[in-house]
Design a protein around this ligand. Structure first.
Ligand code: PLP
Length: 511
């Protein structure tokens, strides 16, 4: 083999000086991006303009290194980033914001460089211990005791899935017959719950969508009636999924009443707190989430309520053994791990979830807690609740002053929904169109970015016989305050832009 051959074969391993040079170039790119965030538009080029950039940047994968190296790559990346929603920005109040803590980005750099295997604790006990320390701390914060187990997942959808599979296994084992298995969710539940049920083999027709009250919370009376009727008809109810913060409006289902019902009826209670669960970390939020700790399992997303970068969800299960029973299977090729002395070893992440190999997500949770301290998270969450209150107060003041606006419901956490008032006799599609125009007029200013959903025109309405009339829905604007970068001045920008948007629409006779 010639020196040249050898150099070619070593091409994937960089010399130290080159590693440092790349770190400086890519680090410089990341730092410049962060430095520009405050002044960046709240929304980049998406839609046709974004798709155009995507087509322009698309190129065949080269056999040899791209001429220009990191500088050329960064130019591509820089343009690609312009074609996106600015989800990391302070003005991002759409969907459920995350943020992306810098400390977690550093954790990813370190964990990807050391690239240790953390699917089995025996392969890296001390690293798995750090993850377990973070999970145990979280379990305590959520009111669970030492029997609880946590699992870090890629997000809330996968956490919901692992919980639902555990609930199904608890009730039906490996029978494989789920034809009569029934699960109960509210009409406001996140679609990942129904999707997880389907992935878990529960027919979608067996997912009961329970109506909500005027504040868009699950109606426990209606649920109880449905449950008893289903049992009487030979169904086998096994699961209720409650929301601790619905995606649409942040509504918290009546958790204490649902816990009572599940205890009485021997059902698994899963709380989907993907968006709202993390508020348990602050006093103001904990008071609103009373009853959550009585759930059998809880989903919450550190990439939402702990401001981590996308890709970090969390499932907490009160009886950790139930989670292990469904996820643990032995394998011959893993026997060397089992042969080791495992006394005092932290739990094996792969025995509690569907993944074997996995990235070392524990570090992106643990490292920010170490560098910032838990108190910083508690304070930031308290601030988010106060900011939602500031939006609410701003909207109420405008309504009082005669603005043609209405709130879907007062905020229970940091999300709230509002819309234009309906014109006399106006059909719902026309009303939706005007609300879409309001959303567009706010977002076009690019200082804040909101999203929309469809909500009942008369939440909780009942007809003379006490039944809920067929739901008529209307496009409604949502504000969700959750980025650690969002502060009072950004809420004031939102309210200013709302005023300007209302004036713009009034000039076109659209309010
Ligand atoms: C209540 C709720 N559940 C589940 C999810 C899904 O979480 P993920 O997007 O992390 O999969 C979301 C996402 O917004 C959510 O708000």
């Amino acid at each position: 083999m010639t020196d040249r051959d050898e150099a070619t074969l070593k091409a994937l391993e960089l010399e130290p000086a080159q590693r440092a040079a790349w770190l400086e170039q890519f680090g410089g790119f990341a730092l410049a991006h962060l430095a520009g965030l405050e002044d960046a538009p709240a929304v980049g080029l998406v839609g046709a303009a974004g798709n155009q950039i995507a087509r322009e940047l698309s190129a065949p994968i080269p056999e040899a290194p791209l001429p220009g190296g990191p500088a050329a790559v960064l130019e591509i990346l820089g343009r690609a980033v312009t074609a996106s929603l600015n989800t990391a920005g302070a003005g991002y109040l759409a969907y459920v914001p995350g943020g992306g803590l810098y400390a977690s980005a550093l954790a990813d750099l370190v964990s990807n460089c050391v690239n240790r295997y953390t699917g089995q604790a025996s392969a890296a006990p001390a690293l798995c211990q750090l993850e377990d320390d973070a999970l145990r701390w979280l379990a305590r914060e959520f009111g669970y005791d030492v029997d609880a187990r946590g699992l870090l997942t890629s997000g809330g959808s996968t956490a919901n899935f692992a919980a639902i599979v555990a609930a199904r296994h608890q009730h039906f084992g490996d029978s494989g017959d789920y034809s009569r298995a029934l699960a109960y969710v509210s009409t406001q539940s996140h679609h990942s719950v129904a999707k997880s049920l389907r992935l878990a083999g529960i027919p979608l027709a067996n997912v009961r969508q329970v109506r909500t009250d005027a504040r868009l919370r699950m109606d426990v009376e209606a649920l109880t009636r449905q449950l008893h009727a289903d049992r009487a008809a030979g169904g086998r109810p096994f699961l209720i999924v409650a929301a601790a913060g619905t995606t649409n409006t942040g509504a918290i289902d009546p958790l204490p009443a649902l816990a009572e019902l599940c205890a009485r009826e021997r059902l698994w209670l899963h709380v989907d707190g993907a968006y709202g669960g993390a508020f348990v970390l602050c006093d103001e939020g904990r008071a609103r989430l009373v009853g959550m700790s009585r759930a059998d399992s809880i989903t919450f997303d550190p990439h939402k309520g702990m401001f981590l970068p996308y890709g970090t969800g969390c499932l907490l299960v009160r009886d950790g053994a139930a989670l292990r029973r469904v996820h643990h299977l032995a394998a011959d090729y893993l026997q060397d791990f089992d042969a080791q002395d495992r006394r005092g070893e932290p739990p094996n992440p792969s025995e509690y979830g569907p993944e074997l190999s996995r990235d070392f997500r524990g570090l992106r949770v643990w490292l920010p807690l170490m560098l910032h301290g838990a108190g910083a998270f508690r304070r930031a969450l308290t601030e988010k609740l106060a900011l939602a209150e500031r939006v609410h107060a701003g909207l109420r003041a405008r309504v009082a002053a005669g603005a043609p606006l209405e709130l879907a419901a007062p905020p229970e956490l940091s999300a709230l929904a509002f819309r234009l008032t309906r014109r006399a006799g106006e059909p719902a599609p026309a009303w939706s169109e005007r609300n879409a125009a309001l959303l567009d007029a706010i977002n076009r200013r690019a200082r804040v970015f909101l999203s929309s959903t469809n909500l009942p025109t008369r939440p909780g309405a009942r007809d003379a016989s006490g039944e809920q009339p067929a739901a008529e829905v209307v496009l409604t604007l949502r504000v969700c305050v959750l980025s650690f970068r969002t502060h009072a001045r950004h809420i004031d920008l939102l309210l200013e832009d709302l005023d300007a948007a209302l004036a713009e629409l009034a000039a076109r006779d659209r309010v």
